[in-house]
Design a protein around this ligand. Structure first.
Ligand SMILES: Nc1ncnc2c1ncn2[C@@H]1O[C@H](COP(=O)(O)OP(=O)(O)OP(=O)(O)O)[C@@H](O)[C@H]1O
Length: 241
């Protein structure tokens, strides 16, 4: 794997000729950046711009990796929707990357990954036979299996119950340690646990928010996690901390 680069996006994005955001966003290399902000402000659009995907709008600006190398083939992306193919089994779905590249998939690794997301007993099922939270874990397994230096996660834990969510956060933190990760989330507690850097997106730009100095993943019950979560929630609600 090539060393994870930092990523820098600067510019203005417009939808229907109206400005959506004007932002200067840096994702430091080899660490987790959590992006928060109101619904519709453009968080997923930031991800899609960095991925070079269609956004439905017009971006005037630049997106640059710190090493100057193309990002093609270096990013793994988990979208808000699971994008599982209904005609494939769960295990075939999570190995789809290798299949599309014409590389023999590593079934043992995929089986291990399914076990780590708690789906060992569901490998042969079709996605429609799974619950929403199980499908989200299958999509997470597919993303983690890609083993890329840059990983974009768009609300990856939103459909999970609280216990499973905490376990999946810890799994992702373990497997993606040292990668350049951008996590879009609405959950201040998640950001307080996982972020090396927090950004809050608004139409005016991306505001940096302080994080505890302790390493991630932080314990849910640690005082510094609580303090960060609570201050962030107050800020997002627009009420005094
Ligand atoms: N393909 C598209 N065509 C036109 N407009 C779009 C398209 N995709 C997104 N938009 C618009 O761009 C704006 C930002 O959408 P985006 O999905 O980036 O917001 P978000 O901050 O991720 O929201 P949420 O938190 O609800 O997921 C919204 O007004 C949305 O309607």
């Amino acid at each position: 794997m090539t060393p994870p680069p930092a990523l820098h996006l600067v510019g203005q994005h417009q939808i229907d000729s109206r400005p959506l955001f004007d932002a200067d966003i840096t994702l430091p290399a080899g660490s987790w950046t959590c992006l928060l902000g109101p619904s519709g402000v453009g968080k997923s659009t930031v991800l899609r711009l960095m991925l070079g995907l269609e956004t439905g709008g017009v971006f005037a600006g630049t997106i640059s990796p710190s090493d100057g190398q193309p990002l093609d083939g270096r990013i793994s992306y988990m979208a808000q929707s699971d994008l599982l193919l209904p005609w494939l089994s769960v295990i075939d779905n999570i190995m789809i990357g290798d299949r599309l590249r014409g590389v023999p998939p590593d079934r043992d690794r995929a089986t291990d990954m399914l076990a780590r997301v708690g789906l060992a007993d569901h490998a042969q099922k079709k996605p429609l036979a799974l619950s929403g939270g199980m499908r989200q874990r299958a999509a997470l397994a597919r993303t983690l299996l890609e083993d890329r230096p840059v990983v974009f996660l768009d609300e990856p834990f939103s459909a999970l119950d609280a216990g499973t969510r905490a376990a999946m956060q810890e799994l992702a933190a373990e497997l993606l340690s040292g990668r350049t990760v951008l996590l879009v989330t609405h959950d201040p507690a998640e950001a307080a646990r996982l972020a090396d850097h927090i950004l809050i997106l608004s139409a005016e730009g991306a505001q940096s928010w302080p994080v505890p100095a302790t390493p991630v993943p932080r314990a849910i019950t640690a005082p510094e996690t609580w303090a960060c979560q609570s201050a962030l929630l107050s800020h997002l609600r627009g009420v005094p901390a």
